[in-house]
Ligand binder design. Structure first.
Ligand SMILES: *Cc1c(COP(=O)(O)O)cnc(C)c1O
Length: 483
């Protein structure tokens, strides 16, 4: 097939006079637009639109749709992002017209079904967290972090306490310090110890009367559960601070332990990660937060409440920090998460985490003799391998390996994160992958390790685009077609 057919812009493959549908001439008398409209409303320039047959349009878009790595096409072990399979059943349920066609400005009485689902979702997320109140509004994990920190700030203001510091381990996701800074706090970094957990001496030396919040990811971004967590939360509480749990790694602990039970006061979920909202390439997301009782008055308004007259959106919340998102968050993703939770039930959710941890440990066992894995023989739902000796001995970097994997039809692992491991390759297989997929992926990685370094520096060799300047692509994207 002529490649330009599939990769050219619609304007480039346009053919004058070509149409999708050829309608017969109208057999009733009609007027032209020039006869119907005042001249001043008529456009002076001819409309510049591509002219195409339907088959060419379909091929154009179907071919474009296969240019991205996607979970429906490829294994996608992108650590921390939980790229699990998104069941099609939940897509179908979320698209039922009674749900898809509800308008956010409808009167509460006319969308009781939707409100009931959202009310139940609030309750499920509170239960899974072991916390008391939930706001479904934030549209991503990062926005959940910011929202919870604003809630914490309002809480301390209400108590007339001036607390300025947020403590964050050095293995944290970059959104943690960014959210704290945007919320107006000073961020203090806490070191990791040789075991990849919080360095307790460093933490204790940095807790003081200014400590507002300690943000922790547990299991952390190295895929390790910090078993000091109860001791940590007690220390923070004794100093009058709050503990925030970054819930991006909830896929490891569903139904096994609850953040509220180990002392967290607030957390966010990434519904798009843990509860199968389709994601990647920037959205859509959903980052609800769960909080302890004393923080509920400050949650964003409205919340869904159950009254004698049915479900309603409650705006009457005098201490609220206000809205953080138009309407009611990304409801489409919340629905998919709700159906996922309902489909699996408590036992099913627990099995999700057990299988996610099993799959990660299986993959780790296949790879640990061939790659450095700095933090241990066992992991939770993900682990971080390193290409540091490969880089030293053969000049092969984590980037080279990630790029070469694309040639073999695999998405790359997360590379160069977390920052505490050099040449990091963070792998999260999730529970939805088969043993055969993991075996083949491990064999492929080992094969790549033994390939020629020069050849790897040029990878990927089979895709339309090889190695774009990633900074320039992010900072100066060209979003417009210009002739
Ligand atoms: C993904 C992630 C976030 C941010 O969540 P978004 O939904 O992408 O905003 C925060 N922390 C960790 C550990 C993550 O993996």
């Amino acid at each position: 097939m002529d490649k330009s057919q599939s990769t050219g812009l619609l304007f480039e493959i346009s053919h004058k006079g070509r149409r999708c549908h050829l309608l017969p001439d109208c057999d009733v008398p009609t007027k032209t637009s020039a006869e119907l409209l005042d001249k001043k409303y008529l456009s002076k320039d001819p409309t510049h639109l591509p002219e195409m047959a339907e088959i060419d349009i379909v091929r154009h878009f179907v071919n474009l749709s296969t240019k991205n790595m996607a979970i429906d096409c490829n294994f996608y072990p992108l650590g921390s992002c939980t790229m699990k399979y998104n069941p099609k059943r939940h897509e179908r349920l979320g698209s039922l017209s009674g749900l898809a066609h509800v308008h956010p400005l409808q009167d509460d009485q006319t969308c009781q079904g939707m409100l009931e689902i959202l009310w139940e979702m609030q309750n499920y997320l509170a239960e899974i967290a072991g916390l008391d109140g939930v706001s479904l509004q934030p549209a991503a994990g990062a926005q959940g972090e910011l929202t919870a920190l604003l809630v914490a700030a309002a809480y301390f203001r209400d108590k007339k306490e001036k607390r300025t510091k947020v403590l964050i381990p050095d293995s944290a996701h970059g959104t943690n310090p960014a959210s704290a800074a945007i919320a107006g706090f000073d961020t203090i970094t806490i070191k990791s110890n040789a075991r990849g957990r919080v360095d307790m001496d460093d933490l204790i030396s940095k807790i003081d009367s200014q400590t507002a919040v300690f943000m922790i990811t547990n299991p952390n971004t190295l895929g390790l559960f910090d078993e000091q967590i109860v001791q940590i939360t007690e220390l923070i509480h004794k100093a009058g601070g709050l503990v925030y749990l970054d819930g991006a790694n909830m896929n490891a602990i569903l139904g096994i332990t609850r953040p509220g039970d180990f002392g967290a006061d607030m957390m966010h979920y990434n519904v798009h990660k843990t509860f199968t909202g389709p994601h990647g390439a920037g959205g859509p997301g959903s980052g609800p937060i769960a909080v302890r009782k004393q923080l509920i008055p400050f949650l964003p308004a409205p919340l869904v409440v159950k009254t004698n007259e049915g479900f309603k959106l409650d705006y009457d919340r005098p201490k609220t920090i206000g809205r953080v998102r138009s309407f009611f968050g990304n409801v489409g993703i919340l629905l998919r998460g709700y159906f996922y939770i309902r489909t699996l039930g408590p036992d099913g959710l627990k099995q999700v985490s057990q299988n996610a941890v099993l799959n990660a440990n299986y993959l780790l066992s296949l790879l640990k003799d061939s790659f450095d894995v700095p933090h241990g023989d066992r992991c939770m739902h993900e682990f971080v391998a390193s290409a540091r000796t490969l880089r030293r001995d053969k000049k092969i970097s984590a980037m080279d390996i990630g790029k070469r994997l694309l040639d073999y039809g695999y998405h790359a692992p997360t590379v160069y994160f977390p920052l505490v491991v050099s040449e990091a390759m963070m792998m999260e297989p999730t529970e939805t992958e088969s043993k055969e997929t993991l075996d083949h992926f491990a064999q492929t990685l080992i094969k790549i390790r033994d390939e020629d370094a020069e050849f790897l520096h040029g990878a990927p060799h089979t895709l339309d685009i090889s190695r774009p300047d990633e900074v320039k692509a992010a900072k100066e994207p060209m979003l417009r077609w210009k002739k």
